[in-house]
Design a protein around this ligand. Structure first.
Ligand code: FAD
Length: 427
């Protein structure tokens, strides 16, 4: 088996790189141990939501300050033009899911606990929840679905710091029972896909939605035809309707994964899921083949280029041993950004800027992992997404943006290396 590019990982970074390379005519294989954080995260693309404690209105402006403060940030390895182009490309490729937004302004979307979350791009099913212009909102819960509490959401939103006044109220509805017990997001999504819950919801909300109110629902409008369901609900209720992301698993994230993998298969890429990349054979500074272990056997894949998109600690791209040493698990690359011995690794607040979250692989302008003196470890190995050193994604709200921008830029580096070379430049 021989490929132009082998991509390690099927998270947002790996899928972005693979799709962009495939549409440019490359023969691409993705090898992934399993699905990535798409199935857990809300499916928005968050380029930069916070700079320190300040909520960011314009990622385009705030990126300049970020890179002055943190020159080793992954965004310092791509140009602002590439970040903007990656978002435009993403909206075009994900047209079916109706992604909208851009680098100039963050939208502000409610979370299930009533926090206003800044995102650069959101899918069509969430756009109606943008809080920037204020307005009146009705949040509707489905009894039995435990991960969505509309009154908590509405109360917290009423106290949130928002650019325009918002009024919010809550309503809890009892969906017709299919069986006893808790309702899962998948089960509800299946029942919306069949149309059964759409008809019920319209009837249940008839006469209960006040004038000018927008209707926020849990993110379960279907896996296959959420857009049609949304349009149907909006037409029949004559109101804007939107989904509010909540705890994992993420139905909107599954839609994103399904759409990207369907596009990849259609374009001719091969996906090998449930197999792990366990090493590589290199000659003269170039990887020539990659070892892939599945349940049955270990095979060798020959490839011209490799993109490492194996995620951070959460996905096993990085591990930490009992003595606190961090390791890159696929190619045993040097790990940068680990706090020195004795320095603080973790701080008390779960969502605070955790020093260890900056750990990852350092890369050059072609996104190639580098050794301690800054030289590429392999000339044809690139890295993208959460495996990169330098970011504090949970605090910055930047994880998905980094994956899309660096996934896109890794493809650029493979397709036209001489056109890339941007270290630190964001202009
Ligand atoms: C619950 C949750 C909520 C989040 N919320 C947000 C949010 O609101 N906003 C935001 O911006 N970000 C959020 N994030 C973070 C964001 O999702 C990630 O930063 C980003 O998607 C990482 O993408 P990735 O492709 O780099 O890695 P991942 O999505 O982690 O994918 C890594 C891939 O590599 C594969 N892999 C690992 N090792 C191997 C190997 N040896 N061989 C083969 N495959 C391998 C894995 O199986 C997986 O497919 C959230 C994450 C989680 C978990």
């Amino acid at each position: 088996m021989s490929y132009d590019t082998l991509v390690v990982g099927a998270g947002l970074a790996g899928l972005t790189t693979a799709l962009r390379l495939t549409e440019q005519g490359q023969k691409v294989v993705i090898v992934a141990r399993g699905v990535g954080a798409t199935h857990l995260a809300p499916a928005t693309v968050d380029v930069l939501g916070y700079l320190g404690e300040e909520r960011v209105d314009s990622p385009a402006s705030a990126l300049t300050t970020l890179l002055t403060d943190v020159p080793g940030h992954p965004y310092g390895r791509v140009s602002r033009q590439q970040i903007g182009a990656s978002l435009e490309w993403f909206c075009r490729r994900l047209e079916r899911l109706g992604y909208a937004g851009g680098l100039d302004h963050n939208g502000l979307f409610p979370t299930a606990i009533g926090v206003a979350r800044p995102s650069a791009l959101a899918p069509r099913t969430m756009l109606g929840g943008d809080l920037r212009d204020g307005g009146r909102f009705l949040f509707v819960g489905l009894r039995g679905f435990k991960d969505f509490h509309p009154s908590l959401l509405a109360d917290n939103l009423a106290h949130a710091r928002l650019p325009a006044p918002v009024t919010a109220r809550a309503l809890e509805l009892e969906p017709p029972a299919e069986r006893r017990g808790d309702l899962s997001g998948r089960l509800l999504a299946r029942r919306f896909d069949s149309g059964e819950l759409t008809d019920w919801l319209v009837r249940a909300l008839q006469g209960r939605v006040e004038a000018e109110e927008r209707v926020g629902l849990p993110p379960v409008l279907g896996l296959r035809r959420a857009d049609e369901t949304l349009a149907d609900l909006e037409n029949r209720l004559e109101r804007h309707v939107f989904e509010v992301p909540t705890l994992p698993p993420s139905i909107p994230g599954m839609r994103l994964y399904d759409t990207l993998t369907a596009a990849l298969r259609k374009a001719g890429a091969r996906l090998v899921i449930n197999a792990a990349v366990v090493g590589a054979q290199a000659h003269d500074g170039q990887i020539e083949s990659v070892q892939v272990a599945s349940a049955a056997t270990t095979m060798s894949y020959r490839t011209h280029s490799v993109v490492l998109a194996s995620g951070g600690f959460a996905s096993g791209g990085l591990t930490l041993d009992s003595r606190g040493a961090a390791r890159e698990t696929v190619f045993d690359l040097p790990v940068a950004g680990v706090p020195e011995d004795g320095a603080t690794r973790f701080v008390a607040g779960y969502f605070d800027a955790q020093p260890l979250s900056r750990a990852g692989v350092a890369v050059d302008d072609l996104l190639r992992p580098t050794d301690r003196d800054g030289s590429p470890v392999y000339r044809n190995l690139h890295a993208a997404g959460a495996i990169l050193a330098g970011a504090v994604p949970w605090k910055e709200k930047s994880g998905t943006g980094i994956s899309v921008a660096t996934g896109y830029a890794a493809a650029d580096a493979i397709l036209a290396p001489s056109a890339v070379g941007v270290s630190g430049s964001i202009g």
